[in-house]
Design a protein around this ligand. Structure first.
Ligand code: FES
Length: 107
């Protein structure tokens, strides 16, 4: 399956370590700018229906505010309980001031 990138927002709209929730092709995505990179992770915690973009970002991880599982922004893997399943992460491209994300193929 080929990847289709869609524009998610402007790079200048993203503040460091402040997640931004967007919806791309019906998929809720949390965009995170941190450590000089932009990451896209599915916005819904794998433990329950909680928006990860309302959590804190630290050490390239996003923390679910409800029960405290953190997910690696590069892999989507949880670093601790109660979540055990990863959250999908998506490829990101930066073109000029545009942040492009592909939600058509999980990486
Ligand atoms: S809902 Fe996210 S860890 Fe429980």
């Amino acid at each position: 399956m080929s990847q289709t990138f869609v524009r998610a927002c402007a790079l200048s709209e993203l503040e460091d370590d402040t997640p931004k929730r967007v919806e791309l092709d019906g998929v809720p995505v949390s965009l995170v700018r941190t450590e000089g990179e932009v990451f896209a992770i599915n916005d819904i915690c794998s433990h329950a229906n909680v928006s990860l973009s309302e959590g804190e970002v630290e050490d390239c991880q996003i923390e679910c505010w409800l029960h405290g599982s953190s997910f690696d922004l590069r892999t989507g893997k949880p670093s601790g309980l109660p979540a055990t399943r990863p959250v999908p992460v998506y490829p990101v491209k930066i073109e000029g001031d545009d942040v492009l994300v592909s939600v058509t193929q999980e990486s």
